[in-house]
Design a protein around this ligand. Structure first.
Ligand code: SF4
Length: 142
C-alpha cells in the first residue's frame, strides 16, 4: 500500500490520505488518494483519467503486470518468455511466479498461446510472448 500521508476529519467521517506514484506513463504523477471508511472518495494529482483510475485501483485492489520466463524443451533456446494474460493482484505475484518455476513447455509455441491456466489459484492464465519453432533436426547421415 502507498505511503500514508495524514488523517483529517471531514463531514463524512475520518479521512485518510495515501500517496502513490502513478506508473501509467513516464511522467510519474504523484497521486493523493483520500479514503473514508475504506472507500476512496477523491484522487488528486493526476494529469489524465488513467491516473485517476490508477489511484483508486492502487488503493483498493493493487495489481501488477507480470512477465517472466519458463523452461523450453525442444526449442532453439532454453527459456521461453511469458506473461500473465491480465494484471495480477499484488499479493499473488510471488506465488504465481513460483508456480511457474518448474514448468516446462515443449516447442513449437505460438505467440499468445496459453501455457498455464488459473496459475496459483488466481484465475489468471499465462501466455507465451514469443513464437518458437522446434530446434532443427540434423539430417540423418547415410
Ligand atoms: S496520471 Fe496520466 S499523465 Fe500522470 S503518470 Fe499517470 S498516466 Fe501519466
Amino acid at each position: 500500500m502507498g505511503e500514508h500521508r495524514h488523517t483529517a476529519t471531514i463531514d463524512a467521517g475520518e479521512s485518510d490520505t495515501f500517496a502513490y506514484l502513478c506508473t501509467g506513463c513516464p511522467l510519474g504523477c504523484r497521486l493523493e488518494v483520500d479514503v473514508v471508511d475504506g472507500d476512496v472518495i477523491e484522487v488528486r494529482g493526476f494529469s489524465c483519467k488513467k491516473g485517476e483510475r490508477y489511484g483508486a485501483q492502487e488503493h483498493t485492489d493493487p495489481r501488477r503486470a507480470v512477465s517472466t520466463t519458463v523452461w523450453l524443451v525442444g526449442g532453439p533456446v532454453e527459456r521461453l518468455p511469458v506473461r500473465a494474460a491480465e494484471p495480477v493482484p499484488k499479493d499473488a505475484v510471488l506465488s504465481l511466479v513460483r508456480e511457474l518455476h518448474g514448468l516446462e513447455v515443449h516447442a513449437p509455441v505460438e505467440v499468445g498461446q496459453t501455457i498455464a491456466t488459473d496459475v496459483a489459484g488466481t484465475g489468471i492464465d499465462v501466455i507465451a510472448t514469443r513464437a518458437v519453432q522446434p530446434k532443427e533436426q540434423l539430417p540423418v547421415a547415410g
